[in-house]
Design a protein around this ligand. Structure first.
Ligand SMILES: Nc1ncnc2c1ncn2[C@@H]1O[C@H](COP(=O)(O)OP(=O)(O)OP(=O)(O)O)[C@@H](O)[C@H]1O
Length: 367
């Protein structure tokens, strides 16, 4: 019997949400006195959810499900999303992704700071929680099988991050395209990337080691705002199959955790040909993401999921009884106010989305 339902009785009710995290100033940034461009709403109904941003002398207000200030810790942020992790064990398709300009903290949110346990990001914390729940649900008769895959979408090509890279280009560290990967939707509405490595995992350490390898293999480059900028969309997928022989139930859940690449504005003279093509490809795929979200928000009959690999991969998580969370990351550096405003406007659009008649709450980590 295929019967996706809450096992714990406390699964997140919302199907989509938006959260925001403001990253603190870092090394070479400085906030001149009087240049504070971000403030937080303090009215009772917007407390902890509202943010004001000042751009070109105009103040614009936004309200999300949650706004994390600069001093928020990774543990605090994780606490807000842990119910969604439970939803994957309950048999839902869950997707969380980080959106924002370059250097705004997307990778910090999803992966965290290597070597600093307190700054572990959402992906390692999700893994810890899944394994803890797997052990505790054993006493109720549930046995879980977990499978992991990790891919990146770089210039509209899919790369398997669980196979060794073959070469380096001169400008950008990237996995070599050894083969073409096609995307198919299976009979259960899941995504299947043909030929992609899928690994059975039994203990947390196996996943952590794979995650470390994948992070090393991911395409990175240098932008004006980030010495080690991710130049690809990173998709971590955990497939969860649970069987309860006592109650004759089974569940199939999926947890997709995505660190999006960010667009960066370059003038042609500042960048190499490779960087220019890369940025154009990122901008294009983020444009398709915004277009798909906008179609959902406007309740259009046709949502153009097939227009890019990213939206096609995300389709199952943006339909039906799936749950999606968007983190919008913004920087507290006043020189980023224009980019931050664009990101917040997109997040606001996500907040108006409905999935098949249900409200889509975008949980995006970042304002
Ligand atoms: N909340 C935070 N607290 C402390 N440091 C942070 C925070 N968010 C980001 N940082 C730091 O800011 C820098 C840029 O962050 P990160 O690489 O995560 O940005 P990004 O949005 O992924 O950028 P890109 O899109 O260019 O890859 C890193 O040094 C990171 O450690």
């Amino acid at each position: 019997m295929k019967n996706p339902r809450p096992l714990s009785g406390r699964s997140c009710e919302r199907s989509c949400s938006t959260k925001s995290w403001v990253r603190p100033l870092i090394s070479n940034e400085s906030s001149a006195e009087g240049q504070q461009h971000i403030s937080y709403l303090t009215s009772i109904d917007a407390l902890g959810r509202g943010i004001d941003i000042m751009h070109n002398g105009q103040k614009v207000s936004f309200i999300f499900d949650k706004v994390f200030k600069t001093e928020a810790s990774q543990a605090e942020v994780f606490l807000e999303i842990s119910e969604l992790v439970q939803s994957a064990l309950d048999g839902h398709k869950v997707c969380m992704f980080a959106y924002g300009q370059t250097g705004s903290g997307k990778t910090y949110t999803m992966i965290g700071k290597p070597g600093s346990p307190e700054e572990k990001g959402l992906i390692p914390r999700c893994i810890d929680q899944i394994f803890q729940m797997k052990h505790s649900l054993l006493s109720l008769g549930w046995k879980y099988n977990l499978k992991v895959s990790m891919l990146e979408i770089y210039k509209e090509d899919i790369f398997d991050l669980l196979v060794p890279k073959r070469s380096y280009s001169t400008d950008v560290q990237m996995a070599s395209p050894s083969k073409r990967y096609g995307i198919k939707h299976d009979q259960y509405g899941n995504i299947e990337v043909s030929g992609l490595t899928i690994v059975d995992v039994c203990i947390e350490n196996e996943v952590s080691n794979l995650l470390r390898l994948a992070a090393m293999r991911r395409s990175t480059g240098k932008t004006k705002m980030n010495q080690q900028s991710s130049r690809s969309h990173f998709v971590f997928t955990l497939r969860v199959s649970g069987v309860n022989e006592r109650t004759q139930q089974n569940v199939e859940g999926v947890l997709n955790l995505i660190d999006l690449a960010s667009s960066a504005r370059f003038s042609k003279s500042e960048v190499t040909e490779v960087q220019l093509k890369e940025t154009q490809a990122i901008n294009k795929s983020l444009f398709h993401l915004r277009k798909a979200i906008s179609s959902l928000a406007n309740k259009e009959g046709h949502v153009p999921f097939r227009d890019s690999k990213l939206t096609y991969i995300l389709q199952p998580c943006l339909c039906g009884d799936s749950k999606a969370l968007m983190f919008v990351n913004i920087s507290s550096d006043p020189t980023s106010s224009g980019e931050s405003l664009c990101s917040l406007r997109f997040a606001e659009n996500v907040n108006t989305c409905e999935l098949r008649g249900r409200r889509l709450y975008g949980n995006w980590h970042g304002v």
